[in-house]
Design a protein around this ligand. Structure first.
Ligand code: NCD
Ligand code: ZN
Length: 348
């Protein structure tokens, strides 16, 4: 196959940042994607509906002319979150999901949740009104090895939460392990999972072999090869519970290339090329549309996009720019480490 037309994709987990960075990165998403779940981990975080509304306004103001793009806003869950504010945001069609960051789990998560029991009233309200919870599924206990944090989270936080509030719709964000995939598959209802592009392409060797490579460092950190293979199987299976969330998370190079570099990989601009490569390798190009454009809207109860995009396979590998410039500084782009032959040739 040398050409593939699919419904326009959505990104169900995206970091757009704010200010100059927002202006620099947004066009890379809005060129190829119709909608995105926008993560609320700004500094300070988007914790209330009024802040989400103002942030949505800044995103729309940064959108290049002629781009049709709908940001789907999220609220950052804290132990002080007011269930009434969350419900009002949902009823106003402003808030599409609420995000749970265990405190300290990742970039800008200091204000996150220490004790899940404290947020049960909000979660119960969300279950009652049908508002999904997006979960960063890693424990933060320093005694737990960083490569085990997802598996331990499932056992000690997620499963008890599911038992307590089975009607809550939960998205396990950026699932990275075989255990994560198996857990999602074990859940018949009210459960979805996003998978990133980079976790389908790299394992932990990318970060550590031949030198330490900060631009492959993200959270949850990439795991062993067996886990990458489990993710590929899930993403390309067509199973409706799995859908694309790039977790494209730009940081200026200065903050990545440091003695304590930030977590996050900027993948927005070449994600669809990389995904076409992965699905082609798995002989599943016919399921790319399910993963990128159909399963996500189905989970969130939204219609799939009416527009389409066309991907084209070129004879020569595509040369991607190594960095994008923003007024905040350069941002290194995701290098898939293998030749990629696919480009988006038409987006409408
Ligand atoms: C994200 C960021 O930089 O905001 N970083 C990352 O490594 N994915 C936060 C997150 O989603 O964990
Ligand atoms: Zn993220």
């Amino acid at each position: 196959m040398t050409q593939l037309t699919i419904r326009k994709p959505d990104d169900w987990h995206l970091h757009l940042r704010d200010g100059a960075m927002l202006k620099g990165v947004l066009p890379h998403t809005s060129t190829h994607f119709a909608r995105a779940i926008v993560m609320p981990n700004l500094v300070p975080p988007i914790v209330a509906a009024a802040q989400a509304e103002a942030y949505r306004g800044r995103i729309m103001a940064a959108l290049p002319e002629g781009h049709n793009f709908v940001p789907l806003m999220t609220l950052y869950l804290t132990e002080e979150t007011d269930p009434d504010d969350v419900e009002a945001g949902f009823r106003d069609r402003l808030v599409t999901a609420v995000k749970l960051y265990p405190a300290g789990a990742t970039t800008n998560s200091q204000s996150g949740v220490h004790d899940i029991a404290k947020v049960y009233p909000v979660l119960e309200r969300m279950a009652a009104i049908g508002l999904p919870l997006c979960v960063h599924g890693e424990v933060t206990d320093p005694a737990i090895d960083i490569f085990d944090r997802e598996a331990v989270f499932i056992e000690t936080v997620l499963e008890p939460l599911r038992r307590r509030i089975p009607e809550l719709r939960v998205v396990m964000e950026h699932v990275t392990t075989r255990e994560g995939v198996a857990y999602v598959r074990s859940q018949e209802r009210n459960m979805g999972a996003t998978i990133t592009t980079h976790h389908l392409m790299i394992n932990r060797n990318a970060i550590l072999v031949g030198g330490i490579r900060p631009h492959y460092y993200c959270l949850p950190v990439a795991k062993r090869e067996e886990h990458r293979l489990a993710l590929r199987e899930a993403a390309t299976s067509g199973d409706r519970r799995f859908f694309l969330g790039t977790d494209s998370a730009p940081h200026v190079d200065q903050l990545k290339e440091s003695d304590c570099g930030c977590a996050g990989i900027f993948t927005a601009f070449n994600t669809l090329s990389c995904l076409a490569h992965v699905f082609e390798q798995e002989r599943a190009l016919d399921r790319l549309e399910a993963f990128a454009s159909l399963n996500g809207p189905a989970f969130y109860g939204l219609p799939p996009n009416e527009e389409h995009i066309t991907l084209e396979r070129l004879i020569e590998p595509v040369i991607f720019p190594k960095k994008i410039r923003t007024a905040d500084g350069p941002v290194t782009t995701f290098d898939p480490m293998v030749p990629i032959h696919w480009i988006v040739s038409v987006a409408s």
